[in-house]
Ligand binder design. Structure first.
Ligand SMILES: [Zn+2]
Length: 264
């Protein structure tokens, strides 16, 4: 019995040593690459994305907001009031929500996300998105990242929307289906295009699996994107899902362009 105890103790020692080595490893990494703020480069204590000063520059989008488009209202307009934009051009999806307005700090985070060099960044954005989309999670929808075309995915080996969806899935306990929608047309980058050009650029760019409704087993979908500019991309993904018979479709993004909260 004594020897059994020794084995247990020895195991404990090994596990303890491994834990210590991991902690030392993390400490050594911190010495070599001390965590820095992604926006200003200031040293930060914990491996997070931003220092307190830059975090304070993010503009979270909170109520009152348009229940359809998720754009903030200057003043509360009542529980059922929708924005003039949503009335003039009703979106095909049910609701959209975004964590922050697209400003200089958000722009930097979105551009760093594309390269995936800081894995904690998707977790950071995911936390803010989980809060922004809190009305969505109870019905247990499936998270569907906006796909890249397979050539671009191959070049970059990384899809920032998929990483955001995975981070959100960990926080909400929901499932991710990165194969439900694919990008069937290689589109130009949307940057620098007008709203109308953007819409034309992504028209017919996406296709949902014909068995999408079966795959979802009655659940809805939340499309996940990094940034919403005019909404033409998420609208095109919504139309592809609708074509495949999906009914409940919401949208979540980390950032969105809000008039009056822009880059200055
Ligand atoms: Zn900073």
């Amino acid at each position: 019995m004594d020897s059994g105890g020794d084995i247990v103790k020895a195991h404990g020692l090994v596990a303890g040593a491994a834990g210590l080595a991991r902690r030392l490893g993390a400490a050594v990494l911190d010495l070599l690459y001390p965590p820095v703020c992604l926006h200003c480069g200031a040293a930060i204590a914990e491996a997070d994305a931003l220092c307190a000063g830059c975090f304070a520059q993010l503009r979270p989008i909170t109520a009152p907001l348009c229940p359809r488009l998720g754009i903030p209202f200057e003043v509360p307009l009542g529980p059922d009031a929708v924005s003039a934009e949503a009335i003039a051009d009703p979106p095909p999806f049910d609701r959209a929500r975004s964590a922050v307005a697209y400003n200089e700090v958000a722009r930097k985070l979105v551009s760093r996300l594309k390269y995936g060099d800081r894995p904690e960044l998707a977790r950071f954005c995911g936390r803010l998105m989980a809060a922004a989309g809190h009305e969505f999670w109870e019905s247990e929808p499936i998270l569907v990242p906006v796909p890249l075309h397979r050539y671009r995915q191959f070049e970059r080996r990384y899809n920032q929307s998929t990483e955001l969806a995975r981070a959100l899935a960990k926080l909400t306990g929901l499932g991710v289906d990165p194969l439900l929608v694919s990008r069937v047309k290689r589109t130009k980058q949307q940057v620098g295009l007008t709203a109308e050009q953007r819409q034309r650029n992504v028209a017919g760019a996406f296709s949902a699996r014909t068995d999408a409704a079966t795959r979802l087993q009655g659940r809805g979908v939340v499309i996940v994107d990094d940034v919403i500019t005019t909404g033409s991309t998420v609208k095109a993904v919504t139309r592809a899902l609708e074509k495949a018979g999906v009914r409940q479709i919401d949208v979540i993004s980390f950032a969105r362009v809000v008039i009056g909260h822009g880059l200055s």
